[in-house]
Ligand binder design. Sequence first.
Ligand SMILES: Cc1ncc(COP(=O)(O)O)c(C=O)c1O
Length: 443
Amino acid sequence: MSKTTATKGLVQQQLVGEPTDHHVLNALARRLLPGASLGAHALPEAERFVIRRGKGARLQDVRERWYIDFVCGAGALILGHAHPVATAAIKDQLDRGIHYFGTLNEPCLQLAEVLVDAIPCAEQLIFTTTGSEATFFALRMARAFTKRDKILKFAGAYHGTHDCVSFSVASATADYPLARAESAGIPAALSDSVLICPYNDLDTARRIVETHRHELAAVIVEPVQRIIFPNESFLPGLRRLCDDNDVLLVFDEVVTGFRLAYGGAQEYFGVTPDLASYGKIIGGGGALGAVAGKAEIIGLADPALKGTKDHAFVNGTFHGNPLASVAGLATLDELRKPGFYRKLNAKADTYRRAFQKVLDRHGLPARICGEASFWQILFCADAPRNHADILTSDQARNRALDLACLREGLYVLPHTRRFISAVHDDADLEESVRALDTACRNI
Ligand SMILES: Cc1ncc(COP(=O)(O)O)c(C=O)c1O
């Protein structure tokens, strides 16, 4: 049987007219996707499922089982699945075309205005397609502006998939500032351009920045690193350290942007970086990213500078995509409504308290770590201050609980944050408390 016939056979049998079948789709995933996965997350065969649709706070798989969604598009879906305002905006745009490559278009310009208005550090911005591309271009611009090559990133921080930031993400690090490649295929020479520092540790950051200031373009930080919140002096201290040493400060706001507050981490913590990268929420669930910042830095992407030593080359087939832009605009309209974040964060507090009670009732040495509208269950005694603390938590037990939650109909990915959306309601809360209770009993 030829390669094509084998694939077509399954798809035709199962997708044309017939109800799709969980086992057949799983077999397709096993055969066609590495590890039967779309990326970094692969669920064990027993817990793996194939989604048919998302509606509000819930997902339905092809077996017609429903899950309460605590992944929420890795944080992108702050209004839940298929929210009427985003869906209506997308449907309306569909009739006007979904892509006008390389040309200015109305929705992306309207969104640019809303973003620059909302983001404290923004005077100008460039659009990208993903959050990874946004951190990639932010660092390229920082290098172009400072004419220096190195960046400092924090151990355990995730800034996407490109080579420059794929160092010391999951692995343990102790020999700061040495960078460890997180993947095969990263040029060895690149590790010299990345310096690693523990999060929430200003003294070590100061030592590294002062030693390397003449070759350091930028410090890039997730203002909330995964689930670790910064201590009070950390972000203001980084701002001062960068100013004192003439190094740029880049906030990776791909998750925190429009999630912690309308003005993201910059508003929540009162610290303004030179550049900030965005993704997730700004596309309303569609693929869209952006880098915002000072005009003197962002302006280096001006095509009129092509051929000069200052020009930072930026381009992308899907940049400023109108479909994602209208979804983003409709979403941000909702987020600007009075009390939106107060209500969302208060609801998340209720979830956190209810879940902690369940863990305590079962005597599990686990704590809910988080603020605003996201959290993570960690098996550790104290709130983590850095990546090393996360690595010392009981990850095997954590995984067992996460998988037990999945079996009870809570969509969570092992070792990742839980997000909630504006449409998670009291019924979702009650059901998820019951499900967590059963999961705790079963591990
Ligand atoms: C902080 C942070 N930066 C960058 C990225 C990469 O974004 P994307 O997956 O859109 O490439 C992510 C993705 O989760 C992220 O959490």
